[in-house]
Design a protein around this ligand. Structure first.
Ligand code: LMR
Length: 409
């Protein structure tokens, strides 16, 4: 009891930290640890959403390395940049994501620590602007969406999204549920490469969703974290552009973690798009205020590297080419897995794997069978049967296919 004074000892029960309880682990991050702790050599990691090449390596992209070298040589100061980051970063990202779907003066934007930072700031902006708004998320959605909303004490509703039968989108269910949303509610949509299912809306369906949002006065919030991982850089941005151009106002949370491979640099952007350009100043000021309250200045390194790549034609072309190789590699694995399962089962039950887009596919099986794959074969996927397709290669595809069939999935 050494140096603790008597009175303080008596009041031990009132010590602040004693009020803390063990919190539930994030299921994706907990799985990462379980995988690391598994001594089996043949184990396969299909858990956390990190791109891996055929050798199982998450590479630093060529253009990122080149930009970083240049930055080390040329950077003269590490002084603060600005509360919303470097305007050149916002400009470059807005062009990448929105193209010319909306004029630049209609977009308020702030750099954030990763896509998660953008999501968090977006929720805070919603709470500030309309504390009564409910946020509608797809069932299922990225688990961090729901935990941040709960943490912020915001009301959340789910809309049907995944059709367990077809492994595609339950579009009728989605529309029926969104028809019950109240004016001013926010609808969180995944811009492309839905996480965790891999199932996405087509263009006609997106338009129907936009029409419904407008009819009911709902505000879309688009989370776009995988641009370039689905059908290509332009195609993957198409839905986000349709939304931005087709509604009076929307929020867009973007991440560079995956498409630039700068995960640990925490590089994201939050955009507030409004058809009334007269409001952009206030929107921009609100984003700056929220940054200041939460962490002051957003991280700069990743954002600067991304800006250098996007504004240098050679670096940009090399980056886009490498990203395209990654995308095509994932598509090939999808096809190989679907073909192998077709061969083993003699049915098209798994054809959806080739139709899904992005890094993930939801296999659509029970937590018990997911556990069985882990116990019997050292195959790690998230409990809801989300698989990271980039965790596979030509050698492990047949292993997974056989395990799926052996488990009776
Ligand atoms: C994922 O969904 O696995 C990634 O977005 C990583 C994360 O932070 O959960």
């Amino acid at each position: 009891m050494g140096g603790i004074p008597h009175a303080a000892r008596r009041n031990r029960r009132e010590l602040m930290f004693e009020n803390l309880k063990e919190l539930p682990a994030d299921k994706i991050l907990a799985l990462m640890q379980l995988y690391r702790d598994d001594p089996r050599e043949q184990k396969i990691d299909l858990g956390v959403g990190v791109y891996k090449n055929a050798e199982g390596v998450t590479p630093v992209m060529r253009a990122v390395k080149a930009a970083e070298r240049k930055l080390v040589e040329e950077q003269q100061s590490k002084s603060y940049v600005g509360l919303v980051g470097d305007p050149a970063y916002s400009d470059a990202m807005i062009e990448l994501i929105l193209g010319n779907a909306v004029e630049r003066n209609k977009v308020g934007a702030a750099a954030t620590p990763g896509g998660t930072g953008a999501v968090r700031q977006a929720f805070e902006l919603i709470r500030l602007a309309n504390p009564g708004a409910k946020v509608w998320v797809s069932d299922p959605t990225w688990p961090n969406h729901t935990t941040i909303l709960a943490y912020l004490g915001m009301e959340m509703k789910t809309y049907r999204y995944f059709d367990a039968e077809t492994r595609g989108v339950d579009f009728d269910g989605m529309m029926a549920d969104l028809k019950t949303a109240d004016k001013g509610d926010v609808v969180l949509l995944h811009g492309c490469c839905h996480n965790p299912t891999g199932a996405n809306l087509n263009k006609v369906e997106w338009q129907a969703v936009i029409d419904l949002l407008n009819e009911r006065g709902l505000v879309p919030m688009v989370d776009i974290a995988y641009q370039g991982f689905g059908d290509g850089l332009e195609a993957d941005a198409e839905a986000t552009r349709m939304v931005a151009a087709g509604v009076p106002e929307c929020l867009i949370a973007a991440s560079c973690s995956k498409n630039f491979g700068v995960y640990r640099e925490r590089t994201g952007l939050l955009m507030a798009v409004c058809q009334d350009a007269g409001r952009t100043g206030i929107n921009q000021g609100t984003l700056a205020f929220l940054n200041r309250q939460n962490y002051s200045f957003p991280p700069d390194h990743g954002a600067r590297v991304v800006t250098m790549i996007l504004t240098d034609p050679e670096l940009r072309a090399d980056w886009a080419a490498e990203l395209e190789e990654m995308r095509l590699g994932m598509l090939e694995i999808r096809q190989q897995l679907a073909d192998e399962l077709q061969r083993l089962t003699g049915s098209d039950r798994f054809a959806f794997l080739a139709q899904h887009r992005g890094m993930f596919s939801r296999l659509g099986t029970t937590p018990e069978l997911v556990q069985k794959l882990r116990d019997d074969h050292g195959i790690y996927m998230v409990g809801d049967s989300r698989m990271n397709i980039a965790g596979l290669n030509a050698a492990t595809v047949p292993v997974l296919a056989k395990a799926i069939v052996d488990a009776g999935i």
